[in-house]
Structures are given as structure tokens and as C-alpha cells.
Design a protein around this ligand. Structure first.
Ligand SMILES: *Cc1c(COP(=O)(O)O)cnc(C)c1O
Length: 337
């Protein structure tokens, strides 16, 4: 099987399992797990923030951030293509009584004018706009990388209106690799940032929320409220530390995404949604519905996901090497030439 469904399907490496087995641990609800602390400090450092908090998932990191920056009745500006809007189970409404204001087009990247146009006034009958969330890379747009030049004017608009800024950086490491910039440059304009260790980096579990010390202190309370306070969880943080050390290889995934895109683009049954900028290849299916394409590939040992009735996503990750990619490309050509 060549599994291109997601960059979450990776198996922990031998080095990760060793680090997990040997991790020094303690009760992290008491703040006594040295390995968790090391991970939190390492991520805070990499993102240029005062502090960080290990959380079980990216969704929990994002939702804690929403809670930090909003009160019930508030409105949060997000991109229409965002994970927050599509893939978090309606959590902002369900958990915090907050509504999302989805704006912007298929690029998934918010423009300053998109935000400027929807910031509420202070009439009694209007919700309060209090937060803007960005994603980098933008999953649903096909792994679109958002460069600092695109964030700066948006951050200016947010600041001018007194809005907080949160970054859903589930794949921020990919963005940093694609731009060849340190992650802290991309994180700098944001009050809080969520990053995942279990996507391209290959840890079995875990995300981290980073920000100012006061925000992270409050985030610990909210994590507990959500049931995300964990005990000897250094066994997972140890895998996260190994995962972080592997950031350097993400560029290989991006190069392979480019090769896969070339193969897809050469087939008249498909049309690329965009040139891949990171590890995600998104293409429209012109001859068959996407679920048919998915099923036919699956039968030949290649797994991808339908991302819409006529759109397929393939995601490169650490467990797909050049040989596996060659097999996937050969199957695509055989079935769809
Ligand atoms: C995967 C992902 C998340 C978080 O997902 P979890 O499965 O909860 O870790 C958040 N945002 C984006 C853009 C993602 O791709």
C-alpha cells in the first residue's frame, strides 16, 4: 500500500519508540513531567514565544486559543477554506458560544480587505469581532504557503481594530521549509500559534499551543476543563522531540509532491487545482467522480482521499519514499492514461 491519504498516517520510527521507552516522566497535571517541559520549551523557542503547552490534538489547541481570545457572542474571522470552519465539529459554537465569520476565496488566504470589510461596529445589536484566525499552510486550498509579506498587512488591520490573531499552524513546519525561513518569523505576528507534531513530523500524537506566558497559563486551565490534562505524558512528548529534530526532511516531501503533480498534470483525466507549494497535491477529476477514482486507486494499492465530489487530495509524508512514489505514479498512469 502507498498511503497518501494524509500526513497523519505515519508510523513512529524506531528512534521515536526508543525515546518513548526511555523518557523520564512525571505527573504533568502537577507540572512535573520533565520531558513535556523540554518539549514545551523547545517549541516555544522555535516559535519565538514566551511559553507553550502540550495538547493532545490540533483541534484542542485551536479551541483553547478561541477560548483565550473570545467571550460568548463574539465573532471570529476565518478563511472560508479553514480547518476551523470545516473540520472542528462546530466546536466554536458548541464549546464557547462563538460564531465564525468565514470570508475569502479559494486560495484560503485572507486578504486585509476581507477582514476590514467584516469587522463589526460597536452597536448594541452587533456581535463583537475579537479575533482573526489564519492557517499556514492552508490544507483545504492544497497546502498553500502563506509568506510573511501576506500576513503583515493583515496583522496591521487586526491591530488597528484591536483584534487578537491566532495561527492554526498545523503544518507551519511545512510552510517554514517551503519558504526556507525559521518558524518564528512566520509565528511572529500572532498572539497564539498551534502546531502539530503528528502531521509531517511523524509523532504518533500531539500538538503544541504557544503564546505569551499569561495566555499559556490560562490555556492550562482550559486544557484541564476540556479533559486534556494528562499524567505521565512524557512518553508522547519524547516522540514529539524526536519528530521536531526531523523537520529538515520536509523539503523531500515537497519535492515528491512536485513530482506527483507533474504525473497528474500529464493525465487528461485530471486537472491540478494548483501547483503544490508544500506536501499536498490537490486535483480535480474530469472523467470520473472523485469517490470512483479513490476506489480504483485503492484496489491497486494506492490510497488517496476525496476532497469534494470531483476533487482528490494526495499528501506526501515521511513514510512515502521515492520508490513508493514511483509505484503510485505507475498505478495512476496505468489506470487513467
Ligand atoms: C490536522 C489539522 C488540525 C488539527 O487536527 P487534529 O487532528 O486535531 O490534530 C488543525 N488545523 C489544520 C489545518 C489541520 O490540517
Amino acid at each position: 500500500m502507498v498511503d497518501l491519504r494524509s500526513d497523519t498516517v505515519t508510523q513512529p520510527t524506531a528512534a521515536m519508540r526508543r525515546a518513548m521507552a526511555e523518557a523520564e516522566v512525571g505527573d504533568d497535571v502537577f507540572g512535573e513531567d520533565p520531558t513535556v517541559r523540554r518539549l514545551e520549551e523547545a517549541v516555544a523557542d522555535l516559535l519565538g514565544k514566551e511559553a507553550a503547552l502540550f495538547v493532545p490534538s490540533g483541534v484542542m489547541g485551536n479551541q483553547i486559543a478561541l477560548r483565550l481570545h473570545t467571550r460568548p457572542g463574539d465573532e471570529v474571522v476565518v478563511a472560508e477554506r479553514s480547518h476551523l470552519y470545516h473540520y472542528e465539529g462546530g466546536a466554536p459554537a458548541a464549546l464557547w458560544g462563538v460564531q465564525l465569520r468565514p470570508v475569502g476565496g479559494p486560495s484560503g488566504v485572507l486578504a486585509p480587505d476581507d477582514v476590514e470589510a467584516v469587522v463589526r461596529g460597536d452597536a448594541d445589536w452587533e456581535p463583537r469581532t475579537t479575533l482573526v484566525c489564519l492557517e499556514n499552510t492552508v490544507n483545504k486550498a492544497g497546502g498553500v504557503v502563506v509568506p510573511p509579506e501576506a500576513v503583515a498587512p493583515l496583522a496591521d488591520v487586526a491591530r488597528r481594530h484591536g483584534l487578537a490573531l491566532h495561527l492554526d499552524g498545523a503544518r507551519l513546519w511545512n510552510a517554514a521549509a517551503a519558504l526556507d525561513l525559521p518558524a518564528h518569523v512566520l509565528a511572529a505576528p500572532f498572539d497564539t500559534v498551534t502546531v502539530c507534531l503528528s502531521k509531517g513530523l511523524g509523532a504518533p500524537v500531539g500538538s503544541v499551543l504557544a503564546g505569551g506566558a499569561a495566555h499559556v497559563r490560562e490555556a492550562r486551565r482550559t486544557r484541564k476543563l476540556l479533559g486534556g490534562g494528562m499524567r505521565q505524558v512524557g512518553v508522547l512528548a519524547a516522540a514529539g522531540l524526536v519528530a521536531l529534530d526531523g523537520r529538515g526532511r520536509l523539503a523531500d516531501d515537497h519535492a515528491r509532491a512536485g513530482r506527483l503533480a507533474d504525473a497528474v498534470a500529464a493525465l487528461s483525466a485530471f486537472r491540478l487545482v494548483n501547483r503544490p507549494q508544500s506536501n499536498i497535491v490537490l486535483f480535480d477529476t474530469l472523467r470520473h467522480p472523485a469517490p470512483d477514482v479513490v476506489a480504483r486507486l485503492e484496489a491497486e494499492g494506492v490510497r488517496v482521499v476525496a476532497f469534494g465530489p470531483r476533487t482528490v487530495r494526495a499528501t506526501l509524508h515521511r513514510d512515502v519514499d521515492d520508490a513508493a512514489l514511483d509505484r503510485a505514479v505507475a498505478v495512476l498512469r496505468r489506470l487513467f492514461s
